[in-house]
Design a protein around this ligand. Structure first.
Ligand code: MRU
Length: 361
């Protein structure tokens, strides 16, 4: 993605200094602040506190975090303990678990003294693959838009939820990749961005669309159904944190409601996700662990105060009982298609195995 015309990735790796720089997403959209991650604990904290977030970016950060952890000691014990700590940070996005399993399977057979350098190489490969796969998702999605534009004959109005853009990946994004591809190809596109309470990741989406020059409008989550019913939405596209083997999709809480409204209004509902988000070992969406986050994410509202300083405002008493599930599961039958780096398939076991026949057991 471009920031002020300069192509930028969300992660900067510095293997010689054994650290990475990340964009601290808790400071956005008010400040673009790069933070240094130089220890295992800092990597785990960055993921847990959502300084980095979004399934593919969490995976890449965890891979680098493991590489960072092995600088002075790379014994079996250190490898296992570091991977366990990183794995414990967030449960739903399978990319985290996928990336750590991949790192361990590469590193485990090596002699400890060879592991540190190999870990950096593998983390870099994971990051580079993420960029390539998301770019491919963009091109596959672009074909879908072109068909919709021919049918509609006007600017394409696409709705998205949460942030499944550049910020949620190493580059391009998943759900936003086809939108960037369309915009860059001169296809007229406008994005309805839902706020995504309580963490407001929609503000991140608006921020990155703004920096890339894509027309967009922020809406409160509850406005989505009305806009669909008024005929002002041509398609909905979201990312995913885990796609089960049967095509059920876990994504940011509120996704399911959008899928229901889209179905009721005959609007195609697409999910964009790379291979690292598909969990063939998880048979059914009901088996996906749903992260329950701290209730203060709901009780407090974050923004800038009158002096332009980051500030939190209490909207609920500390003792107020709240539930804060971070994700929900949309059944595959509500999903028109899953867009992966290999193409578009139905959200079903047959559809996924059609694209990934090597996963058939
Ligand atoms: O809790 P978050 O902000 O990490 O959740 C992110 C999402 O739900 C995204 O939609 C998903 O990870 C897809 S990212 C390309």
């Amino acid at each position: 993605m471009n920031i002020d015309g300069i192509p930028t990735r969300t992660l900067r790796a510095h293997p010689a200094q054994n650290c990475i720089d990340i964009i601290d997403q808790t400071r956005l959209p008010h400040a673009l602040h790069w933070a240094r991650v130089a220890t295992l604990e800092e990597a785990a904290h960055a993921i847990r506190a959502m300084q980095v977030r979004g399934a593919p970016l969490i995976g890449a950060t965890a891979a680098y975090g493991l590489a960072i952890a092995l600088e002075f000691e790379a014994s079996d014990t250190r490898l296992h303990e570091a991977a366990s700590l990183l794995r414990s940070t967030r449960p739903t996005a399978v990319n985290l678990h996928w990336a750590l399993a991949r790192m361990e399977s590469v590193l485990q057979p090596l002699a400890p003294e060879a592991r540190h350098q190999a870990a950096w190489q593998e983390a870099q490969a994971i990051a580079d693959e993420d960029v390539a796969q998301n770019a491919a998702i963009g091109q596959h999605g672009l074909k879908l838009w072109k068909d919709l534009i021919v049918a509609n004959g006007h600017t394409l109005n696409v709705m998205t939820h949460c942030n499944a853009g550049w910020l949620a990946t190493v580059d391009h994004g998943t759900a936003l990749s086809p939108i960037y591809a369309a915009h860059d190809a001169g296809v007229p596109v406008h994005v309805w961005v839902s706020e995504t309470r309580p963490r407001n990741q929609g503000l991140l989406t608006a921020w990155e669309l703004e920096h890339h020059g894509v027309p967009h409008t922020l809406i409160a989550d509850n406005a989505a159904g009305l806009l669909m019913r008024q005929g002002r939405v041509d398609a909905v596209i979201v990312g995913a944190d885990r796609v089960a083997a049967n095509g059920d999709v876990a994504n940011k809480v509120g996704t399911y409601l959008k899928a229901l409204a889209a179905a009721d209004n005959g609007i195609p509902f697409y999910v964009a996700a790379p291979r690292s988000t598909i969990d063939f070992a998880c048979a059914d969406g009901a088996d996906i662990p749903i992260e329950e986050r701290d209730g203060d994410e709901f009780r407090l509202v974050h923004g800038l105060d009158h002096h332009g300083q980051p500030s939190a405002l209490r909207q609920l008493p500390a003792g107020e009982d709240v539930a804060n599930p971070a994700f929900d599961v949309t059944p595959g039958w509500l999903v028109k298609g899953i867009i992966t780096e290999r193409g578009v398939c139905s959200a079903s076991r047959d559809g996924l195995l059609g694209l990934y026949p090597e996963e058939a057991r």
